[in-house]
Write a protein that binds this ligand. Structure first.
Ligand SMILES: Nc1ncnc2c1ncn2[C@@H]1O[C@H](COP(=O)(O)OP(=O)(O)OP(=O)(O)O)[C@@H](O)[C@H]1O
Ligand SMILES: [Mg+2]
Length: 312
C-alpha cells in the first residue's frame, strides 16, 4: 500500500472567460493516505467540484492547470489521454455532482453501468450486464434485473444517486471521489446513501465533497475546508467538529441550518480579481494590517493546519 495514495501540490486551475481569467483553484495542497476518507467542505463556488474534476482530468479543454497531482507515483497531468482514461476506468472512480445530468437520459441504466466494463475490462456484453445487475443489487436497488432495463427518468433522485455509486464501483477502483452524493435527497433517502457510502468507505480511499456537515462528520476521517479556491483548514474529523480554528470555518459552521443559520457578513471575493493578503480578510472580525497585505501560509497548530495569522 502507498502511504500517500494521492498527493496534490500547489495546484492552480484557471478558466478563461469573456470577463477575464477565473482563478478557481489557487494553490491547493492535499494528501490522502490509502484507506482514508477525506471530506471537502466549503460554500458554493469555492472550488470543490473543480478540484475533483482536476484530479480526474475531466475539466474542459481550455482550463489552465498548473501544479502537481500525483497518484501512486504517477503525475496524472503528464499522462497521455489514453493512459488517463484507463486510470479513470480502473483506478479512480468519480461520482459526479447532479445525478440528473451525469446519467444519459436515452440509455437504460444497466447499459450505462455495463458500458465501461466492456470498454475498460473487455468484458463480454452479457457478462457486463450481469455485473451491472449485481452492482445495482449491491447498492440496494430492489428488483435490479427489471430496474437495469429502465431509463433514468424512471428512477427517483435517491435511486439515481445509487446508480451513480454503482457505476463508480463497477471498475473496483481503489479511490473514489464523490461530489455531493446526498444533495437534494430527503432525510431517509440520505440516511441510506450515507450508510452505503460508509460500507464502501470501509474498503476504499475516498474524497467526499459535501455541503452537509452531518454527512462529513458521519463518514469522513479528515476534513478540509475550502475558501476562494484554497484550503484554509484541515484537521481530523473529531477535532474539526469540536473546534474550528479558521474564522471562516467558524463562520461557515455557524451559517448552516443545524448550527444557527447565522450568515457570514459580506460576500466571497471575486475569483477574477482575488484580494491581496488573506482571501477572507474583508469579512473577518480578527483582520489586522498584516492580513490585508500578506497571504497567510498553512500554519501548523497543535498538530492540525490552518491558513491564518492568528495561529502564527
Ligand atoms: N468552466 C468554467 N468556466 C468558468 N468558471 C468556472 C467553470 N467551472 C467552474 N467555474 C467557477 O469556478 C468556481 C468554483 O466552482 P466549483 O464548481 O468548483 O464550486 P463548488 O465549490 O463545487 O460549488 P457548489 O458547492 O455550488 O457545487 C466557481 O466560481 C465557478 O463559477
Ligand atoms: Mg460543486
Amino acid at each position: 500500500m502507498f502511504e500517500n495514495l494521492l498527493n496534490v501540490s500547489d495546484l492552480h486551475v484557471r478558466f478563461p472567460t469573456d470577463v477575464g481569467l477565473v482563478n478557481a483553484i489557487n494553490g491547493v495542497d492535499l494528501s490522502i493516505n490509502s484507506g482514508d476518507i477525506m471530506g471537502l467542505i466549503g460554500e458554493s463556488g469555492c472550488g470543490k467540484s473543480v478540484l475533483g474534476l482536476a484530479i480526474t482530468r475531466l475539466l474542459q479543454e481550455d482550463a489552465i492547470v498548473n501544479g502537481r497531482i500525483n497518484y501512486r507515483g504517477d503525475e496524472l497531468h503528464a499522462l497521455d489521454k489514453k493512459t488517463m482514461r484507463q486510470i479513470r476506468g480502473k483506478d479512480i472512480g468519480i461520482i459526479l455532482q447532479n445525478p440528473g445530468t451525469s446519467l444519459n437520459p436515452v440509455i437504460p441504466i444497466g447499459k450505462q453501468i455495463a458500458e465501461p466494463l466492456v470498454i475498460h475490462q473487455r468484458m463480454k456484453r452479457f457478462a457486463a450486464m450481469d455485473k451491472a445487475v449485481s452492482l445495482l443489487e449491491r447498492v440496494k436497488i430492489r428488483e435490479p434485473e427489471k430496474r437495469a432495463k429502465e431509463y433514468p427518468h424512471q428512477f427517483s433522485g435517491g435511486m439515481k444517486e445509487r446508480a451513480l455509486i454503482a457505476m463508480s464501483l463497477a471498475n473496483e477502483s481503489e479511490f473514489i471521489i464523490a461530489d455531493e452524493p446526498t444533495k437534494g435527497l430527503d432525510v431517509t433517502v440520505k440516511k441510506n446513501i450515507v450508510k452505503l457510502l460508509k460500507e464502501i468507505a470501509n474498503k476504499k480511499t475516498m474524497l467526499i465533497i459535501t455541503h452537509d456537515l452531518a454527512v462529513a462528520e458521519d463518514v469522513c476521517d479528515n476534513i478540509g475546508v475550502m475558501y476562494a479556491g484554497e484550503i484554509v483548514e484541515i484537521a481530523p474529523v473529531e477535532r474539526m467538529f469540536s473546534e474550528q480554528l479558521h474564522p471562516y470555518t467558524k463562520g461557515f459552521f455557524e451559517s448552516l441550518p443545524a448550527r444557527g443559520l447565522k450568515p457570514i457578513k459580506g460576500n466571497s471575493p471575486s475569483l477574477i480579481d482575488l484580494p491581496e493578503g488573506c482571501r477572507f480578510h474583508s469579512r473577518c472580525d480578527h483582520c489586522t494590517e498584516r492580513c490585508k497585505k500578506e497571504h497567510p501560509p498553512m500554519i501548523e497548530h497543535e498538530g492540525r493546519h490552518v491558513r491564518c495569522f492568528l495561529y502564527a
